[in-house]
Design a protein around this ligand. Structure first.
Ligand code: ADP
Ligand code: MG
Length: 609
């Protein structure tokens, strides 16, 4: 007998605590919401103080418009906002906020105080503890708003455990403040950590002056300006010289309508523009601002608002790539002539690299044109991101090849999927010869005037990722006769609950038991052992966006480096991969193919000056 349970509306503080799971991940996400509120209020001076990485205390004061005393309670009520009135407004968002969720969420997981005044003199103050209002009063203060947050997550131990060391959280806060400051040069920002000033950005500084405060001098001095218009779209910013490329992607900042975003389309377009100019494992510096009519971009994708969705991803990719490429080509001229005039210096050649690494600087690769009848990689990018019929077949075929939960057979499943997709008719693209597999990892292709190495794992990942994305939420699931069990840490259980519906969309049917996650069905694309690995990985790495989940799933289902492929399998893979618009990068942004034209080889062998 299952006891009958009443359906009940949750009390508001619990609703807010649930919403907080998505809006406030860590102190820097709290800070982001508060700074954006101050900017939305028209502040020109924003002062921030933090302690213990923001966990024990975050204070922020601004000189913005303030909140009327009688509306303070509304400000901490869910879905209450002054920035939006109807659906039409939502499609034309110009403010940072609009969901009316941040303050109530933050106030539900902390000790929270907000004081605000519309004019110098008298204002109101409101105190909240874990979502319950404790006190409301009048207070004397200058025009603006002060928010103070203490003991963040003290009532959510699972979240507290996810926080990194205070030093790391402080660094994330400092990065966040700098990132926002770069897009708002008219605003004076100050960040103080435990009484010590971390950042001071004076109002009226330009982008280069603000960057000089956070990046090394030689990097800032190497930056080239980007300025590009395409219809209603405009792009401006700064990009680093290829010679200054670095090993980490931590100096790439992208803004859409002044909003800092993490956008894979724009990031891969920037990398694509540098292709052939820097090493596959290097990253450029870039600060890119894109202005786009608000109705062509959806900012309401995730509560944290760091993701956006474009009406036409393909067009955005092409335009960003072109904008950056134009700047690089304009500035490459000087570098190129001086390189030719004198031999490369040791530091330019990167002596520590193994011999098989691609050249440091290969001019002309991007625009190299193969003959009419041969296989060109650099056709114009198609309008929409779609997958080829071959990719579709490849994907479907991998559905039907699900073996027992034995890792050795995982490999076989994927391999079957490769050949079944194209039966035995797999052929190299016209004018291209498949020369074989190197190191059981790279496929070697030769065209009339170009040789290409393809990373088989990265290429297959790209194929599967695009398939997953194209299929939307209609995911096939594979029921398991005996449920699989994964031991879970309580924090992981919380995370699993947060992404429950996404996991369901992917094809998982799951059940939570104390300390355990039970798998009743799994996505048809994965074998049981890979499905287990998938869940363990995402719950450890905290992958939460759909894109992240697809990327991890594609990675798990793809053939690996070291898998020996028959020529048919290799050609089937190349065939599915070659038409994908983002084929040059795997979903994690690593390059999939490296190419050398005849003139590149002639230069490398010094057959020609
Ligand atoms: P949203 O920003 O999505 O509207 P929030 O929960 O962040 O939702 O804030 C709720 C409301 O409180 C805002 O719409 C705004 O009217 C007011 N508010 C919040 N912070 C400030 C501030 N620093 N200055 C003026 N008004 C503010
Ligand atoms: Mg807000």
């Amino acid at each position: 007998m299952i006891p009958e349970k009443q359906i009940r509306l949750l009390p508001p503080e619990l609703q807010n605590q649930i919403a907080a799971g998505e809006v406030v991940e860590r102190p820097s996400s709290v800070l982001k919401e508060l700074i954006e509120n101050a900017l939305d209020a028209g502040a020109t001076r924003i002062r921030i103080q933090i302690r213990d990485g923001g966990q024990s205390c975050i204070k922020i004061s601004d000189n913005g418009s303030g909140i009327p005393e009688d509306q303070l309670e509304l400000a901490v009520t869910r879905h209450a906002t002054s920035k939006l009135e109807n659906l039409q407004d939502l499609q034309q968002i110009k403010s940072f906020g609009f969901r009316g969720e941040a303050l109530p969420s933050i106030a539900s997981v902390s000790r929270f105080r907000i004081a605000s005044a519309r004019q110098d003199g008298e204002g109101g103050v409101l105190e909240v503890l874990h979502g319950r209002i404790l006190r409301q009063d009048k207070t004397a203060m200058p025009k603006g708003t002060d928010v103070e947050i203490n003991d963040l997550f003290s009532n959510v131990p699972a979240r507290l455990k996810f926080l990194k060391k205070p030093g790391t959280e402080t660094r994330k806060c400092a990065e966040l403040v700098a990132r926002i400051a770069l897009a708002n040069p008219h605003v004076d920002f100050e960040l103080i950590n435990a009484e010590r000033s971390v950042h001071r950005f004076l109002a009226g500084q330009d982008l280069v002056q603000r960057l000089a405060a956070i990046w090394p001098k030689e990097v800032v001095e190497s930056l080239h300006g980007v300025s590009y218009m395409d219809g209603p779209l405009s792009i401006h910013g700064l990009v680093g010289d290829p010679a200054m490329a670095q090993g980490r992607p931590d100096r790439i900042f992208v803004y859409v309508n002044s909003r800092p975003v993490q956008d894979k389309t724009i990031l891969s377009a920037i990398r694509e523009a540098y292709r052939g100019r820097i090493l596959g494992k290097e990253y450029p510096q870039a600060v890119i601002f894109m202005e786009i009519p608000p109705d062509e971009v959806d900012v309401n994708v995730h509560p944290a608002k760091t993701e956006v969705r474009f009406q036409d991803d393909g067009a955005i990719f092409r335009i960003i790539r072109r904008a950056v490429l134009q700047t690089l080509e304009r500035n490459a001229h000087q570098t190129q002539t001086s390189d030719l005039a004198q031999p490369l210096s040791v530091s330019q050649v990167h002596t520590s690299l193994p011999v098989m690494e691609p050249p440091v600087f290969v001019p002309g690769l991007i625009n190299s044109k193969a003959g009419q009848d041969s296989y060109t990689y650099d056709q114009d990018w198609p309008q929409k991101f779609s997958s080829s019929a071959a990719a579709q077949k490849l994907f479907e075929a991998s559905d039907s090849a699900l073996p027992e939960a034995r890792p050795a057979e995982d490999v076989q499943a994927t391999r079957n999927s490769l050949t079944e997709a194209n039966t035995s008719k797999a052929q190299a693209p016209a004018g291209v010869q498949y020369l074989g597999q190197f190191a059981q990892t790279y496929l070697i292709l030769a065209a009339k005037d170009e040789i290409t190495l393809i990373d088989q794992h990265a290429a297959h990942e790209r194929v599967l990722f695009n398939m997953l994305r194209a299929q939307g939420s209609r995911r096939d699931r594979r029921p398991l006769l005996l449920p699989l069990e994964i031991p879970l840490h309580p924090a992981q259980a919380t995370l699993a609950q947060e992404i429950w519906t996404k996991l369901d969309e992917l094809g998982f049917s799951l059940e939570l038991a104390p300390g355990l996650l039970m798998l009743h069905s799994i996505p048809a694309l994965l074998t049981p052992s890979k499905a287990k690995e998938f869940l363990q990985d995402i719950l450890t790495d905290k992958a939460t966006s759909m894109e992240d989940l697809w990327a991890v799933m594609a990675c798990k289902a793809a053939i690996k480096a070291g898998d020996k492929l028959t020529p048919d399998e290799a050609l089937a893979l190349v065939d599915s991969w070659q038409h994908l618009p983002e084929k040059n990068y795997c979903p994690h942004g690593r390059p999939v193919a490296l190419r050398w034209g005849i003139s590149d080889l002639e230069k490398l062998f010094k057959r020609r000056p």
